[in-house]
Design a protein around this ligand. Structure first.
Ligand code: ADP
Ligand code: MG
Length: 296
């Protein structure tokens, strides 16, 4: 369904834009219908840039992104609107998606005016209430409220509900869980898993390996804009082949560990520092069917 094909993204930086940094370096992967793919990497590794390119919020410098075989960079105004019916993003900071001056449910009204101008008021209200319930919220508690009257978890669920009102096929979820407290996390994670049961595909962007392990079918490990390892989530976590993946995994505090049982050297080398000192072109080798590892 989604094909990310040899995509590179360079940003011009510096006083006169004379320097470039390579945020994403020749990255290729696919997402099939109903699949949850986690994109895991440290801060600055290029995860959000990949999500933003899929959502056409920023263009790729090189390479092609296709949805159902169509190059998304070629979509005109009308087709782009159609694309956004099927592909939506929810981001880390739910507060930034709401205008504090307006009630939070304005995001639903905006959706209506943009995509469903011909729906009658009551029909639309019923759909909104249903979507809000689907994400585990009580419409009475969250509708007709200002953003500051709602918690981060509630706002994030509102954004998921908004996405559900469209004929969504791919959700780009960028660090959606990170802001939430532990009790809300499980709820949102399970919600995403339920959405998958309905055939939705999710690109689950996270720096948190445990979350990626919990939810995804396939895992992509990103380092400084390049894929170092990619494959079935269980295989990647149980049998990591690349030294970087091994180091990352070794540093994850296991759920069952108590703080005093923690291994002493849990430090991960700091990486993805945004300096753009990307390593030479990465070549991926298929070590077993569907499990790819960087060999250079
Ligand atoms: N608009 C931008 N202009 C310049 N550099 C950017 C821009 N957006 C991201 N970057 C840089 O690209 C790299 C990858 O960023 P990002 O995709 O946000 O990483 P992540 O989401 O993995 O933390 C970082 O070095 C970041 O500073
Ligand atoms: Mg990010």
């Amino acid at each position: 369904m989604l094909e990310f094909d040899s995509v590179t993204k360079e940003f011009r930086v510096g006083a006169f834009g004379r320097l470039t940094i390579t945020a994403v370096d020749d990255v290729s992967f696919r997402i099939a219908p109903g699949e949850i793919v986690s994109l895991i990497g440290e801060s600055g590794s290029g995860k959000s840039t990949i999500g933003r390119m899929i959502l056409r919020l920023t263009p790729a410098t090189k390479g092609t992104i296709r949805f159902d075989g169509v190059d998304v960079s070629t979509l005109g105004r009308k087709e782009l609107k159609e694309y956004y019916r099927h592909v939506q993003g929810v981001f880390q900071d739910p507060f930034s998606s709401f205008n504090p001056v307006f009630k939070a449910d304005r995001v639903f009204e905006m959706l209506r005016s943009q995509f469903y101008p011909d729906r009658s008021g009551s029909e639309w209200e019923d759909r909104v209430a249903k979507a809000v319930e689907d994400v585990g919220l009580n419409p009475v508690q969250v509708l007709n409220r200002y953003p500051h009257q709602l918690s981060g978890g509630q706002l994030q669920r509102m954004l998921l509900a908004r996405a559900l009102l469209l004929d969504l096929r791919l959700l780009v979820a960028d660090e959606v869980i990170s802001m939430l407290d532990a009790s809300t996390r499980v709820g949102v994670l399970n919600l995403l898993a339920e959405l998958r049961e309905r055939g939705l595909s999710i690109l689950f962007i996270t720096h948190d390996l445990a979350l990626g392990y919990y939810i995804s079918d396939r895992t992509i490990i990103l380092r400084r804009g390049s894929i170092v390892e990619m494959g079935d989530t269980r295989r990647v976590f149980q049998d990591p082949r690349h030294p970087y993946t091994q180091t990352l995994l070794a540093s994850v505090p296991q759920m069952e560990w108590r703080w005093r049982d923690r291994p002493v050297s849990a430090a991960v080398p700091v990486d993805g520092d945004g300096t753009g000192d990307a390593e030479p072109v990465t070549v991926l080798e298929e070590v077993e069917p569907g499990h790819w590892v960087a060999v250079s």
